[in-house]
Ligand binder design. Structure first.
Ligand SMILES: Nc1ncnc2c1ncn2[C@@H]1O[C@H](COP(=O)(O)OP(=O)(O)OP(=O)(O)O)[C@@H](O)[C@H]1O
Ligand SMILES: [Mg+2]
Length: 437
């Protein structure tokens, strides 16, 4: 026991076979070291039970002098190794050292296998470019810890996908993942949505309701478009995070906050802080770990894999469209993708509906890809991009007769984003706005 502790193991002692099984039941255990001769359940029976129920757990058997036959039987039954008593410290150390090395290797292999499941990326995230590899490493790192995470990146770059991957790779994956779009909730409702309320807390509160922060349990609350959260609520959220307690509206009692927060925004946070849209203290709180999703135009080598993935994905049963022509792929590679992966996804989906097949042709692609607007050769890059964005939105609004929802869909951006951009670029004066449904 002491020896194992000295070797750096976290040791628990059991006085019998059944007791050992109870410990195994209560949490993952790497190694079991057991005697053969024990009252009740003997060591070989225990070994059999462990191999059946916890195949990942390695078993090392201790045998007294003269019981070598049972040691041999133990190996046959799946024991990792045996140690004869009285044992030399060095032998003991060697056995455990080898065992730990082997287990680490198995674990690494397992992880690699998981990652390579798609051979094209990580989990259901497509892309093998260097920038995405970096993201996969960050996902794994973030998944292992319970720190809050902030995901930055332009619209459509896959922020939500990454948030889900962090949750799915974490030890808390069996707990809920609760997404909240802060931009889509009415400001009057959002406090009660997040924090919950008690019956009678305000007019219309006919029933006590658990908020989403509590509903996420020990899992993940994904706060999308965090910059859209009203500033007062950002303060309340910060307090909840600091105190790890949630105060439902109208309640004096507090509920423990167990969830990990993953927040996302497609805005430039520094600007948002300057404008007063994001509280600096909340930003620092959430920014313990941060990931910045690369825009698609900075990882164009991933476009072919993404295109084929979407063709498979939307192919469905009939599989009328089997691929894409070389010319069409060239257009996709030459385009700038302001709406990032979402815009690409929409373009492929649309082409699959419109195209006659079997290959997606240039004529099946959205018209803005066919006549790509080129940025002026000179002048600061940032201005050119903004101008491109303004024009793309204007074009989409014109094409949809000012229907903001459909325009947003065409561009591959969210509803809140297009509202904000229309305001930012003052487009309301250029087109008559409206929307379906
Ligand atoms: N690397 C990727 N591989 C496969 N699909 C992707 C990838 N990145 C994004 N997508 C797909 O593109 C769409 C947009 O992704 P997501 O919603 O995660 O983006 P976002 O950054 O949250 O966008 P927004 O800021 O507009 O909310 C989704 O349908 C998602 O499945
Ligand atoms: Mg999103």
């Amino acid at each position: 026991m002491m020896l194992l502790k000295d070797l750096g193991f976290d040791v628990e002692q059991a006085e019998s076979g059944p007791r050992a099984l109870a410990i195994l039941e209560s949490g993952p255990t790497d190694i079991v070291l057991t005697d053969v001769r024990m009252p009740g359940m003997n060591g070989l029976e225990l070994l059999g039970a462990i191999k059946e129920r916890y195949p990942q757990t390695a078993v090392v058997i201790m045998t007294g002098y003269g019981t070598i036959p049972s040691a041999v039987e133990a190996i046959k039954l799946g024991a990792y190794d045996y140690i004869t008593k009285p044992f030399a410290v060095e032998e003991f150390r060697q056995v455990f050292k080898r065992l730990v090395e082997m287990q680490e290797l198995t674990r690494e292999n397992h992880l690699l296998r998981e990652q390579l499941k798609t051979r094209q990326g990580f989990a259901n995230i497509i892309g093998t470019s260097g920038k995405m590899q970096k993201i996969y490493r960050l996902i794994l790192k973030a998944a292992a810890k319970r720190h809050h995470v902030l995901i930055l990146g332009e619209s459509g770059t896959g922020k939500e996908l990454v948030a889900r991957a962090i949750h799915a790779q974490s030890p808390w994956a069996n707990q809920p993942f609760v997404p909240v779009d802060c931009g889509a909730l009415a400001p009057t409702l959002i406090e009660s949505e997040l924090f919950g309320h008690v019956r009678g807390a305000f007019t219309g509160a006919n029933q006590t309701r658990q908020g989403l922060l509590a509903a996420a349990g020990g899992g993940t609350l994904f706060l999308d478009e965090i910059a859209e959260l009203p500033v007062e609520l950002q303060a309340k959220l910060l307090r909840a995070l600091q105190e790890r307690e949630i105060k439902p509206i109208g309640s004096n009692e507090r509920v423990r906050l167990e969830a990990r927060i993953i927040a996302a925004t497609n805005q430039n946070v520094e600007d948002a802080i300057k404008r007063g849209a994001v509280r600096k203290d909340l930003y620092f709180r959430l920014n313990v770990v941060s990931l910045k999703m690369p825009p698609l135009r900075e990882r164009k080598s991933d476009i072919p894999a993404l295109v084929h993935y979407f063709i498979d994905h939307f192919g469905g049963e009939e599989g009328r469209i089997a691929g894409i022509s070389y010319e069409a792929m060239t257009r996709l590679m030459n385009y700038n993708w302001p709406g990032n992966v979402r815009e690409l996804e929409n373009a492929i989906q649309r082409a699959m509906v419109l195209g006659a097949g079997p290959l997606i042709q240039v004529k099946d692609l959205p018209s803005n890809l066919l006549y790509p607007m080129t940025a002026p050769a000179e002048g600061p890059e940032i201005l050119a991009l903004e101008e491109l964005e303004r024009r793309a939105i204007l074009q989409a609004l014109e094409a949809t007769g000012g229907d903001r929802l459909r325009a947003a869909k065409l561009l591959g951006i969210g509803k809140t984003t297009i509202y904000r951009k229309i305001k930012q670029y003052g487009l309301a004066k250029d087109v008559a706005l409206g929307e379906t449904a």
